[in-house]
Write a protein that binds this ligand. Sequence first.
Ligand SMILES: Nc1ncnc2c1ncn2[C@@H]1O[C@H](COP(=O)(O)OP(=O)(O)O)[C@@H](O)[C@H]1O
Ligand SMILES: [Mg+2]
Length: 334
Amino acid sequence: MEEAVIQIKNITKEFKVLNHREGVKGGLMDLFSRDYRIVRAVDDISMNVEQGEIVGYLGPNGAGKSTTIKMMAGVLEPTSGEILVNGVIPYKNRAGNSQHIGVVFGQRSQLWWALPLIESFKLLRDIYQIPKAEYEEMLSFYASIADMENLLHKPVRQMSLGQRTLSDILAAFLHNPKIVFLDEPTIGLDVSMKAKIRELILSLNEKKHTTVILTTHDMGDVDALCRRIVIIDHGKMLYDNDMDHLKGFFGSYRTLKIRVSGDVNGHLAEIQRQFPDMRTETEEGWITILVDEEKTGVMKVLNTIQESVKVRDVQIEEISTEDVIRKIYEGDMG
Ligand SMILES: Nc1ncnc2c1ncn2[C@@H]1O[C@H](COP(=O)(O)OP(=O)(O)O)[C@@H](O)[C@H]1O
Ligand SMILES: [Mg+2]
């Protein structure tokens, strides 16, 4: 069997951070005797990733996602543990590693601000010594999947956030790296731009069999792109498996959506009183209730609600990715 393109074994990353003391006196004290504490941002994480996979690397803010990515990219050295990316230790071989990886950190462009995109591409071509034929092929592939006419001759600083993100992603894939790290690439984008970005990532992954490690808070990204997800919290791994497996685990859950008229919040309060253990939500006249069929049947819930609330429309769906992830954070995987 081929070696996994990313191999991580028990990596930990600790940061030493200064405890600032307050006020002028505190500032002076900081100068003379420093009071540090240790933050363990990544705590004993292990995983292997195969060539061509798209892995969703998920977790709440501060979970340690970006720190892990920086270690894979060779920007940070692990405090302990082993990490091999494409067979090399990233932080010991940054130049060698960068040939095989691409990175996009959402909202922080890697491109030359004042230059039209095409000039950035040419610089990247020279830096990575991309052979002419491959470069040309990549540009024509790009033209087939994105609206390059509107991008290529525009200076990056004149681009919208969406155009810039798109450009950043194209730039990250340009030298045909084996692995691309996308850290919150869709943050701040509108719905249609998000859809475009997802299509782009999928096309690039399919065409070049590129491994993609993606962090995101948008479950739409996960649904569209990731067959496997890894979830971390407080630096520790909570879960690593296929999306299908995960949805199967919560297979007895249904999302019951009902449309009501009148006082939606009043109806919601009534439903919450009737079913205090079920998670509820409202949006634009719809009330959503997460029902575990092993405990209470959906029809029973619906009938009970209808005794006090006039229901105008009903939808029953499987559990959403968002609810699945939320349940993992809540420790419901046992
Ligand atoms: N350079 C740093 N110095 C000190 N603490 C850091 C540094 N980078 C990250 N941290 C801390 O490590 C933890 C994980 O951060 P990060 O990896 O950025 O999380 P995420 O990307 O999941 O939001 C946080 O508590 C953060 O404050
Ligand atoms: Mg982050």
